[in-house]
Design a protein around this ligand. Sequence first.
Ligand SMILES: *[C@@H]1O[C@H](CO)[C@@H](O)[C@H](O)[C@H]1NC(C)=O
Ligand SMILES: *[C@@H]1O[C@H](CO)[C@@H](O)[C@H](O)[C@H]1NC(C)=O
Length: 172
Amino acid sequence: MWTTVVTMDLRLLLMSAALLGATLSLSVADRPSQCKVKWTFGILCEDVYNRLVRQIKLWQISTSCLYIGEKCSYELVSTSPYLINAAHTSHKSRSVNQLQFLFEQSTLCKVTGDSTMDSPKDPEANRTNFCSLQNLMDGSDLISAEGYTQFSNKWICPGFDITNCSLSLKII
Ligand SMILES: *[C@@H]1O[C@H](CO)[C@@H](O)[C@H](O)[C@H]1NC(C)=O
Ligand SMILES: *[C@@H]1O[C@H](CO)[C@@H](O)[C@H](O)[C@H]1NC(C)=O
């Protein structure tokens, strides 16, 4: 099981290195800010999927953001059996993170999360890309689910190792 996870992560790393190479010709300012995180669970993907959808709906765009930092302003864009598309609008900057969760059921449930922001000049871009994914895992308490693991690094998610998402709980 671990070998599979490591192999997949290596492939991700190579893929992101290739992507980086492909975008080198673009100016840095044109490059959207991105974050990719992988999670595994010992529970069924169907469960994980339902809990994420429920959390997105709980934190829908109409919810007041005043006292809950960035744990709000989510929107369910579309769903299909193995895919959730959502969006998160930053309470502070109004920048939008496009979120995607891709599910793969094997002996484990594997979930790949992607967040992209088209406003790379937003100083919070790297942070909200990561936190708008991870806050859903925290909020739905999937982080306590059986077999929970999380993988990312600063190359595939620049906000990953510098970010403390609970800081977004602060009222600003
Ligand atoms: C986000 O991370 C990238 C890659 O590390 C970095 O080049 C960029 O300056 C960061 N953006 C912000 C707004 O901090
Ligand atoms: C994150 O920030 C919160 C609030 O400032 C703090 O209580 C917590 O210890 C921090 N966590 C880490 C891992 O630094």
